[in-house]
Design a protein around this ligand. Structure first.
Ligand code: NAD
Length: 469
């Protein structure tokens, strides 16, 4: 299949190409065009030309575009899912779920509104708050959920009358280019542009004077670079960055019910989820039982090529991430005891067995850093206050969860977490109507919900004095 960039309404090629590696084999699977800096400039100029008349259209027309795109993603769901398995590595069932979520987010945003609000209306003043388009929004996405993240950045940008430029991660460009093909004839030329790069266009896009906003998802390190590049023109930024989510399991939790929830939260997408459970603190009275059940679930997992039936855990997405996972297995051996997994099934791909680590030092890098891999440290605790301190320490504050049979106790504890989201008796849950913020260096701004939608607009106040003139 010939994948194409989308620039100024044209599905277009380039002189530059990029090989896409299938992480299940470690070998090139396909190749795609890669945009030059000149092509990025053409896309920005086209977006700038097209955006005002797009913004002037009735919002219902833009809603229809989002619904039509959702229809196309669903109609081609099988193709999207199979491509995602081959470029990203996730099992087919997880890729199919990602397709469902991508179209679901598009449909949900199609129903959302940012109405003007009257904040004062009396004898002295009529004051209204409006939300206007920003202009050009750039979406820069990572490689863990290539279709979903692109879709949930495109949807609010277009709904509110902005033009949108998508730049996917270089290791997962295929689903973005399939999205480009699906959207190409639904919008006027220039309103959506899709540019593949080799990690070389992010700075150009996030520093460009004609770009008004960058919605970025990726690592904290790159997020800082985006912020620095955007400073020149004081661009609006939404940064969704790294996390080191903890799950705290209290002594009153039912271990048999908790274990599958934590396991799913930790090992979905081979642990490559910003809001995955990345460390577990379990009360000592249930510690051994929980470790045992997590280990049993890890041993049951079927690691392999995501296109093979029965596989529940795919490879790591890329060679760099695989090397990082191997490093954390070494750390686990040094600082703790591996009770399940720890191996690297061969076959050429970036496979890592789901790994459970117990009795690990609380200051081990596997506990304090973001592993982004299927390796889960489980620590015992006696004193809840010191666990809260440990969980809140560190630069990240994305999410976290509390597992308890006592809802009131769990709610009270949630109030002590320095995190954007605290889940109680579940983890990994997010939805279009629920704000998704990051605390500390896990992010800046909010995605989803009314608050997240508003970040794709310029707030504009109209204030009229009455009886003065
Ligand atoms: P990354 O930061 O390496 O790359 C993300 C994107 O940034 C890619 O498209 C990349 O090409 C681009 N990029 C690279 N250099 C750039 C630059 N100088 N300027 C602008 N863009 C540039 O992240 P990754 O390795 O693809 O993803 C993994 C990380 O993302 C993890 O830390 C994870 O926690 C985080 N993540 C966060 C969320 C969230 O919502 N908080 C979601 C998914 C992933």
């Amino acid at each position: 299949m010939a994948y194409k960039l989308l620039i100024d309404g044209e599905l277009t090629d380039s002189d530059l190409r990029l090989e896409v590696v299938n992480p299940a084999t470690g070998k090139p699977w396909t190749s795609v065009p890669r945009a030059s800096a000149m092509q990025a400039e053409v896309a920005i100029a086209a977006a700038k030309r097209a955006q005002p008349s797009w913004a002037a259209r009735p919002i219902d027309e833009r809603r229809k575009v989002l619904r039509a795109l959702a229809d196309r993603i669903e109609t081609n769901g099988e193709a999207f899912a199979r491509a995602m398995v081959q470029e990203q590595g996730k099992p087919l069932a997880e890729a199919s779920l990602e397709v469902v979520h991508a179209s679901g987010f598009l449909r949900a945003f199609a129903e959302m509104s940012l109405e003007a609000e009257v904040v004062q209306d009396d004898a002295d003043y009529l004051i209204e708050v409006h939300h206007r388009p920003l202009g050009i929004v750039v979406g820069i996405t990572p490689w863990n959920f290539p279709l979903l993240i692109a879709s949930y950045k495109l949807a609010p940008a277009l709904l509110l009358g902005n033009a949108f430029i998508l730049k996917p991660a270089p290791t997962t460009p295929v689903s973005a280019l399939m999205l480009a093909e699906a959207v190409a004839d639904l919008v006027p030329p220039g309103i959506v542009n899709v540019l593949v790069d080799d990690n070389d266009l992010g700075a150009l896009l996030s520093g460009h004077p004609d770009v008004q906003k960058v919605s970025f998802t990726g690592s904290t390190v790159t997020g800082r670079k985006v912020m620095a590049a955007a400073a020149n023109t004081l661009k609006r930024l939404t940064l969704e960055l790294g996390g080191n989510d903890a799950a705290i399991v209290l002594d009153d939790a039912d271990v048999a019910k908790v274990a599958p929830g934590i396991f799913g939260g930790a090992f979905f997408n081979a642990g490559q989820v910003c809001i995955a459970v990345k460390r577990v603190y379990a009360h000592r009275s249930i510690y051994d039982a929980l470790v045992e059940q997590l280990a049993a679930l890890a041993r049951e997992a079927v690691v392999g090529d995501g296109l093979e039936q029965g596989v529940t855990l795919g490879p790591l997405q890329n060679a760099q991430q695989y090397a990082k996972a191997r490093h954390y297995i070494d750390v686990a051996q040094r600082d703790g005891a591996i009770v399940a997994g720890g191996g690297f099934p061969d076959g050429g791909g970036y496979f890592v067995e789901p790994t459970i680590v117990r009795d690990i030092a609380p200051d081990s890098p596997l506990v304090t850093e973001e592993q982004f891999a299927p390796i889960l440290p489980v620590l015992p605790f006696d004193d809840l206050d010191s666990v809260v301190d440990q969980v809140n320490a560190g630069e990240y504050g994305l999410g976290g969860s509390i597992w308890s049979g006592d809802e009131a106790r769990a709610f009270a504890l949630a109030g002590r977490m320095t995190a954007g989201t605290t889940w109680i008796n579940h983890h990994l849950h997010f939805a279009p109507h629920v704000p998704f913020p990051g605390a500390k260096q896990s992010g800046l701004g909010v995605e989803f919900g009314q608050e997240g939608l508003a970040e794709f607009s310029q707030t504009a106040v109209v204030s009229m004095a009455r009886g003065k003139v």
